[in-house]
Design a protein around this ligand. Structure first.
Ligand SMILES: [Zn+2]
Length: 239
């Protein structure tokens, strides 16, 4: 997908003019560069943004005063991302996206729970995002904890144990892999697949997928390289 060259000064003028004529939030969203209209556009925007990030060409788009002002009227993110709270996985930076672009939920181990689901239902029904990405990452502490023997987890606080218990079913059934790094990667990937399946079974998300509004995909962020691998095909997403 090729986008027209981005001219911030021109955008600023058009946003200001739109504010002056009392344009709606949708009208202003239309002015933003690279307006996403389908799940495929959204996936491509994340692939392109991540490529800018890991190749050291990030634009780190920070809105100026006029663009920020335009956002007071509402938000029109093109994708929702469920990622881990890990401080090394800042979603907007990793995908080189700016203010108002991504609707982000971060929770240790990127697990789906009640609040996460409610947040993603909101993104789907009210913000009309085109994509939901569940993103795991290299060296995830929550997934590593789910691989520990039960007696070691008994000492952990109650709510943390509940969170780990949501990851355990997807990592305990894995075939034995001797290489520790490969084993961890497979565990993280399987957790991502499991959470994607979990989301896709929820009625609101299922219906949005069926009518072609959204796709639910997985991703794996490699801390060392900065690159994100996407799990897009059904084959890649099967736990
Ligand atoms: Zn993590």
């Amino acid at each position: 997908m090729s986008q027209p060259p981005f001219d911030p000064a021109d955008l600023e003028r058009r946003i200001l003019a739109a504010i002056r004529r009392g344009a709606s939030m949708e009208d202003i969203a239309e002015l933003r560069p690279g307006r996403m209209t389908s799940p495929e556009d959204a996936i491509q925007a994340l692939i392109d943004g991540n490529a800018r990030f890991f190749s050291g060409k990030a634009t780190r788009p920070e809105a100026d005063a006029n663009q920020r002002r335009a956002q007071i009227m509402g938000q029109t993110p093109f994708a929702a991302v469920l990622a881990c709270s890990d401080s090394r996985v800042p979603v907007e930076i990793v995908f080189d996206q700016g203010l108002g672009d991504l609707f982000v939920v971060r929770v240790a181990g990127n697990v789906v729970g009640e609040s996460v689901l409610g947040t993603l239902e909101y993104a789907t029904e009210h913000l009309h995002v085109h994509l939901i990405v569940v993103m795991g990452h290299e060296g995830c502490g929550a997934v590593a904890a789910a691989l520990l023997p039960e007696e070691q987890l008994e000492r952990e606080p109650e709510h943390l144990r509940h969170l780990i218990a949501r990851i355990q079913p997807c990592v305990q059934s894995l075939p034995p892999i001797r290489d520790k790094k490969a084993r961890m990667r497979e565990a993280v990937l399987n957790n991502v697949r499991y959470q994607v399946q979990n989301l896709r079974q929820q009625p609101v998300i299922q219906a949005a997928e069926a009518r072609g509004q959204i796709r639910v995909i997985g991703a794996f962020y490699e801390i060392g390289s900065g690159a994100v691998d996407f799990l897009i095909d059904e084959e890649d997403l099967r736990p």
